[in-house]
Design a protein around this ligand. Structure first.
Ligand SMILES: [Zn+2]
Length: 333
């Protein structure tokens, strides 16, 4: 009897005992942590936002889960949902690019690697983009670039802060130059957003690399990262070969980048919504409504609609009660 037959017989004789357990695993009732190997009940893991309860490892999540975690229920307005990729170069590697797109779309149910929209984060209206690593490694092609640009431009018009959750292997090589151009296009849209004194915060998740790191991932006013995410431009091996030097073990991790000033804060996923809300509230211009002027003096909530309005707000900050942070003082110089 071969070893394979022996296992097959054994499985048959134990079928009544083992079957329910096997089905449970197959249905995804249990999830094994890729870092510590502990098996956790998936519902417990989900209620902890897919962060391992044992070791704190952040498991990969899909774009729609991220939207659910960040956006208040019922407030999500997706933008450009039907924008689909084309194959302008007729590109073929091992497989034709258009076949690859179709297969990935069938497998993931996504049209491309980013979801964009407007919604409320803890009651605060924002523009949000979330990249999905499942779709061809979150690579940035024309659709990713166009959707993010349109979302940023709409947010600029509606005077909303922008948050983009990054997860990407870089530019989509199957679209050649067209994918590289997206870096400039998104960066230009972000510059127009910045010029109107609006807040932009990228959230770097595992992994954020290549053209995404080289453009919008690093252009934030405040750059946040998830713990132990890989963040870099070129891969570790390429850098080592070029420098002919051994790199430190934690090279290209969130923690390394925080220590070297590239990232402003590492925020665990379970704290992300709260932290983003706090930062957006801090950045809101101090524009007291008659009701809040003397009562509390904290972030009246009404927004100004022009650059002049912003200057006007600066004057008002002088009347803040003692001890309140003068967040806007940097603009005075
Ligand atoms: Zn774990």
């Amino acid at each position: 009897m071969s070893l394979f037959d022996w296992f097959a017989n054994r499985r048959k004789s134990n079928s009544q005992v083992t079957e329910p357990q096997e089905r449970e695993i197959a249905d995804g009732l249990w999830t094994k942590c890729p870092s510590c190997g502990v098996l956790t009940y998936t519902k417990d893991l989900q209620s902890n936002q897919m962060v391992c309860l044992d070791c704190g490892h952040h498991l990969r999540i899909y774009a729609d889960e991220r939207v659910q975690q960040l956006i208040d229920p019922g407030s999500w307005l997706p933008l450009d949902e039907n924008l689909a990729p084309t194959d302008p170069l007729g590109f073929r590697d091992r497989k034709a690019y258009h076949d690859r797109i179709r297969e990935t779309q069938d497998k993931t149910g996504l049209i491309d690697a980013v979801q964009t929209g407007l919604g409320k984060l803890d009651g605060l209206p924002i523009g949000l983009g979330v990249m999905d690593f499942r779709f061809m490694g979150g690579s940035m092609g024309s659709v990713v670039g166009e959707k993010l640009t349109r979302m940023i431009e709409r947010s600029t018009r509606e005077r909303l802060p922008v948050v983009i959750v990054c997860a990407s292997g870089g530019a989509r090589m199957q679209e050649g130059m067209l994918s590289l151009m997206q870096m400039a296009k998104i960066s230009a849209a972000l510059e127009r957003h910045r010029a109107t004194h609006l807040l932009y915060m990228p959230v770097l998740t595992h992994p954020t690399t290549g053209g995404v790191t080289a453009s919008f991932a690093m252009l934030g006013d405040v750059i946040l990262a998830e713990p132990k995410a890989t963040i870099g431009f070129a891969g570790r091996r390429v850098v080592e070969q070029t420098l002919r030097e051994k790199l430190p073990d934690d090279f290209q991790t969130s923690e390394y980048l925080l220590n070297h000033g590239f990232v402003d804060a590492i925020v665990p996923r379970t704290q992300l919504k709260k932290t983003l809300a706090q930062l957006i509230r801090l950045h809101q211009p101090y524009a007291p409504t008659p009701l809040t002027t003397h009562a509390h003096g904290v972030y009246g909530g009404s927004t100004t609609s022009s650059v002049n309005g912003f200057t006007h707000v600066l004057e008002q900050t002088e009347h803040l009660p003692d001890g309140l942070p003068l967040r806007l003082s940097a603009e005075e110089s």
